[in-house]
Design a protein around this ligand. Structure first.
Ligand code: HEM
Length: 333
């Protein structure tokens, strides 16, 4: 519920609907349903909530891999890794699909953002997909570009010769900061592909019955632990820097939205925020790391319930984890 409201408010600033402009450029609501369910809201909600689940799954998977490497809490670690891999196999590809839909919606409502994402300067039919480049904002071109012809149009318009608008369509003062948006997008998508690759590795190792034993895969999962957070931050950089120089797309410039508040007051509240958050996050991270270090505590009674009377039977395959989840126990005993 909380994600819905905050994302609805945020999405309205990207794709404003359901209002009228009154005197003094003040906007008045006309239809609250149009405001809440504005065009980018469903895509942003699905993409962000899925991002949060994936981020969590990769943290759980990373901790599990660390336990397996240390030969601690083996039983729980296998279930944790199994559940994380079920997410990587099924949910990471869904996230790419949702990202694609989100991008199509952005192209429709915020074409300048997409031009910055692609560092596309000229309006083109059959636009190339730029894997890597150093956007040169002064000369309005890309240096050292590595491109695949026509793929950009195919992904963005789902047609080989679809037209994609370039940044030169808009005056310089209306363009987002291209370089940051371009790279942030590639980091997010790159991590999405690594998440899918993790799922592919998991399927192959599962077929070989080596999912819970393979050392390099444990290192890989440990390396993937913070990736969800990095993807989420990069995604938000794309979204928020990509709408610049507007705070409400095409209606209110960021420079016009500045409140008449003294710089000193802003600095003071910023310092307070930094201090409070440093404390809250610091305490939270300390506590989470402590919990991870201790690992799960299981009483004798719980152990019997989890593992059955005849001793521990570790999961070997992902299907064991599935069955264990289905019958409400830690494992198929
Ligand atoms: C791999 C394929 C992906 C594609 C094609 C994709 C596409 C997009 C697009 C186009 C936006 C900007 C939308 C806008 O501002 O209008 C965006 C934002 C975002 N992305 Fe992705 N994304 C992908 C993967 C991921 C992954 C793996 C995560 C995190 C686990 C993620 C998290 C986010 C977040 C948090 C935002 C900002 C909120 C939002 O606008 O939805 N994305 N993504």
């Amino acid at each position: 519920m909380s994600a819905s409201w905050i994302l609805s408010a945020n999405s309205w600033m990207h794709t404003p609907t359901g209002f009228e402009a009154g005197a003094n450029n003040q906007y008045h609501p006309l239809n609250w349903l149009d405001i809440i369910f504005n065009p980018s809201f469903p895509y942003r909600l699905l993409h962000m909530v899925t991002a949060a689940y994936l981020t969590t799954a990769f943290v759980v998977g990373g901790v599990a891999a660390w336990y397996l490497r240390k030969q601690r809490h083996l039983h729980h670690a296998k279930i944790m890794l199994g559940m994380a891999m079920i997410m990587a196999i099924f949910v990471a590809p869904i996230q790419i699909f949702l990202g694609d839909l989100h991008g199509l919606n952005t192209l429709q409502h915020q074409p300048r953002k997409v031009a910055a994402i692609e560092a596309l300067w000229e309006t083109q039919r059959g636009a190339a997909l730029t894997f890597f480049a150093l956007p040169n904002v002064d000369q309005e071109k890309n240096n050292y570009a590595i491109e695949i012809p026509k793929l950009g149009s195919l992904i963005l318009t789902h047609r080989w010769d679809g037209e994609v608008k370039g940044l030169k369509e808009w005056p310089k003062a209306e363009r987002p900061p291209v370089t940051a948006v371009f790279f942030a997008f590639r980091i997010m998508v790159g991590i999405g592909l690594l998440m899918v690759l993790t799922g592919v590795f998991a399927i192959i190792l599962n077929v070989r019955k080596r999912l819970f034993e393979t050392k390099w895969f444990q290192s890989w999962c440990m390396m993937m632990t913070p990736m969800g957070f990095i993807a989420v931050l990069s995604g938000w950089m794309v979204t928020e820097m990509g709408r610049q120089p507007f705070v409400v797309y095409d209606l209110l410039r960021t420079s016009e939205a500045i409140s008449p508040v003294l710089g000193e007051n802003v600095l003071l509240s910023l310092i307070s925020f930094v201090l409070v958050y440093a404390f809250v996050f610091g305490a939270g991270i300390y506590y989470i790391l402590k919990l991870i270090k201790e690992g799960p505590k299981v009483t004798e009674k719980e152990e019997k319930h989890l593992y059955g009377e005849h001793g521990v039977q570790h999961p070997v395959l992902l299907s064991d984890v599935f069955k264990g989840l289905k019958n409400g126990r830690g494992v198929h005993a």
